[in-house]
Design a protein around this ligand. Structure first.
Ligand code: PRP
Ligand code: MN
Ligand code: MG
Length: 181
């Protein structure tokens, strides 16, 4: 557990659960995009581990692009005003774009991103998110592929951070309250 053991409260999703779900979603995506080349757009930094495993599970030729965005305002809740820290390196006109996100919390980041990418004339634009917190959603985001709906509690691991830590955990877990104090 990378030495994080004492900080972990409970494991919400194990490595095996994540792996099986990714295989299942990738199979569906492969059917839906058969004969097409998919451009995966990963949202840095949270989606990095998910993207890496998803691309390997997906039995289709894919290309990879990354975008980094940041919400203005408080660190704990997204304001919906988003700034591009790193844009795509290439034009996506005519491409089949599949945005990969680790988690949809309020939905504000993704809602903004979809509007932004939608304005660049992709052939198609869909979202694949590993996690979603239905009880936290402020803006409904049209998500075609979803791994798990999870309770509205703070989770880390498998790309998700608390103050930039815990991204390297291979599973998804909650933290002990003492970590936050
Ligand atoms: C997290 C997460 C999603 C976003 C979800 O990213 O990875 O991208 O917040 O929140 P929302 O639905 O309320 O907008 P964060 O901004 O923490 O950056 P990171 O991916 O670099 O950790
Ligand atoms: Mn993120
Ligand atoms: Mg974060």
């Amino acid at each position: 557990d990378h030495g994080y053991g004492p900080d972990i409260d409970h494991v919400l999703l194990s490595e095996a659960q994540i792996r099986d779900k990714i295989a299942e979603v990738a199979e569906q995506v492969a059917v839906d995009y058969a004969g097409k080349e998919v451009l995966l757009v990963g949202v840095l930094k949270g989606a990095v581990l998910f993207m890496s495993d998803f691309a390997r599970a997906l039995q289709l030729p894919t290309q990879m692009e990354f975008m980094a965005v940041s919400s203005y305002g408080s660190a704990t809740s997204s304001s919906g005003v988003v700034r591009i820290l790193k844009d795509l390196d290439r034009d996506i006109t005519g491409k089949h774009v599949l945005v990969l996100e680790d988690i949809i919390d309020s939905g504000l980041t993704l809602s903004w991103l979809l509007k932004n990418l939608g304005g660049r004339s992709p052939a198609s634009l869909e979202v694949c998110a590993l996690l979603r917190k239905p009880d936290a959603v402020k803006v409904e985001v049209p998500v075609k592929y979803i791994g798990f709906d999870i309770p509205n509690e703070f989770v880390v691991g498998y790309g998700l951070d608390y103050a930039e830590r815990y991204r390297d955990l291979p599973y998804i877990a909650t933290l002990k309250p003492s970590v936050y104090t």
